[in-house]
Design a protein around this ligand. Structure first.
Ligand code: SF4
Length: 477
């Protein structure tokens, strides 16, 4: 399978209640969006940051909740696309009196660093969020308000953003880029009289909050003692919601643009079964965990038994982690190495294994090998996401084209049979990829409102023709 997608949260209690326990719970619910580091910021304090999972710091929560008491706070879980994976780059970041948390990617950091002045961007010394924060602080002092500052920034910046901000004056802001690449929702928590903005609605569910609506692309939300205010700082149509959220990234319980992720994934499986109706299949199994609903949908549509044939070892060092968003190859290998087959389910069967995507191919190779060792007679792989052949500049870690399996096997030849070549490369008997039309239909959103750039190579939604960099250049490795 694929890392600054990230999760952000912002909470303001109109009753003046301490919101830190709710921020922690929201970050735990958003952990699937970033496993590398997390942090919390409140007015007039240095942001609190930790490396690793939120739950790993559980013994420090009491101290944190005593030292960081506030009715206004933001939080962040990190998965890096630009900048090194270390505590310094963990978020929220503070520039002057503004703390910032960012979900997205800024693709033109070099140009932006020239505008900030007095700093040169290198991934070793800075991350894209720090640059954006510095630029916003400059623009705020020039323009005098956040909406105008964001309006200018979105014209200067290439990429995607969902920002949450807290100021030393006690204001909380949240903003979503005008294309709506990354998700963001607005909710309400009744017993504390709090407004909440989060990357996904699963964070609201985790604290007993109520989903009010999506934050509109190009919308700025402001929370203060005056209550909730909102305005549109930019309109850009059509929108470009990331399809990868629907197939892999988002939590199955979440609702995005009115679509429940679990049900969307199940429909994707059903549509795949109509596209590739493998009549001689004996069983359908998922690659754990995110492909489970699609495998269920595929099995139901085909009328073939759904089975659990592969199980993750939760007790291994990286057992609870998601392989795609791990920053280091060795850790991705560690996760896929501890997927254990149930021989009695697999032996002598034509196994249809459903995966959400094939990115670098690391997990696909390991999974096919595991199924063969468990005695599978024939292995067909169904992939919810179309072939990924181009880097993402809008928040997901497909930084370099040479890492992408579908690109490597086709060598850039658009007419090549990518399914056949990938099957050969991962040692499967058959690989059936989804296509962009079928995927958009299954999700239930108009295709023109969705981003498929990593499959099509059409960067018009970002307004760029990128010069692809190597992974080492992107990461400063
Ligand atoms: S390029 Fe792909 S991963 Fe990136 S935002 Fe678009 S659909 Fe999502």
């Amino acid at each position: 399978m694929v890392r600054e997608n990230c999760g952000v949260v912002a909470i303001y209690s109109l009753d003046g209640k301490n919101v830190i326990p709710m921020v922690i719970d929201c970050l735990r619910a958003l952990q699937h969006r970033g496993q590398e580091a997390w942090g919390i910021a409140i007015p007039k304090k240095t942001p609190y940051k930790e490396i690793g999972l939120v739950s790993e710091a559980a013994s420090k929560f009491n101290i944190l909740e005593e030292k960081y008491v506030s009715h206004a706070a933001i939080g962040h879980v990190r998965y890096s696309t630009v900048g090194k994976s270390n505590l310094e780059n963990a978020q929220p970041l503070k520039v002057k009196d503004l703390c910032v948390a960012h979900n997205g990617t800024i693709a033109n950091v070099d140009e932006l660093s020239n505008m900030v002045g007095g700093c040169t961007f290198t991934p070793q010394t800075m991350n894209d969020t720090l640059l954006a924060a510095k630029r916003i602080v400059n623009l705020l002092s020039e323009k005098g308000n956040m909406s105008e500052a964001l309006g200018v920034l979105k014209g200067e910046m290439i990429g995607s953003f969902c920002f949450t901000f807290v100021t030393d004056h006690g204001y909380v802001f949240a903003a979503r880029d005008p294309k709506g690449f990354r998700p963001m929702v607005l909710g309400y928590h009744k017993s504390t009289n709090s407004y909440i903005v989060a990357s996904e609605s699963c964070a609201l569910s985790a604290i007993g909050g109520q989903l009010l609506r999506d934050v509109e692309p190009g919308e700025l939300i402001k929370m203060s003692d005056k209550g909730l205010e909102h305005e549109i700082f930019a309109i850009e149509k059509p929108h470009s919601h990331c399809v990868f959220e629907y197939t892999y990234f988002a939590h199955p319980t979440s609702i995005m643009e009115g679509i429940n992720i679990y049900l969307a994934r199940k429909r994707i499986g059903r549509y795949l079964a109509k596209k590739f109706s493998l009549s001689d299949a004996d069983i359908v199994i998922p690659v754990p965990d995110s492909a489970r609903p699609a495998a269920l949908g595929y099995a139901e549509e085909l009328g073939v038994p759904f089975e659990e044939g592969l199980l993750k070892d939760r007790y291994s060092r990286k057992g609870p982690f998601r392989s795609f968003i791990e920053p280091y190859h060795s850790d991705r290998v560690e996760i896929t190495r501890w997927i254990i087959p149930i021989r009695e389910v697999i032996e002598n069967k034509h196994v249809v294994v459903v995966d959400d995507s094939v990115v670098r191919g690391t997990s696909s190779i390991a999974i096919v090998k595991t199924l063969r060792q468990a005695g599978a007679r024939k292995i067909s792989m169904m992939v919810s996401y179309p072939p990924i052949t181009f880097p993402c500049y809008a928040g997901i870690d497909f930084p370099s084209q040479d890492e992408l399996l579908a690109h490597r096997v086709t060598n850039g030849d658009e007419k090549a049979n990518v399914g056949e070549l990938v099957a050969k490369s991962i040692d499967a008997d058959f690989v059936g990829y989804n296509d962009t039309d079928t995927l958009a239909d299954a999700i239930g959103l108009p295709k023109e409102e969705l981003c498929f750039t990593c499959s099509t190579g059409n960067y018009a939604n970002l307004g760029i023709k990128p010069l692809f960099k190597t992974r080492a250049q992107m990461k400063g490795e």
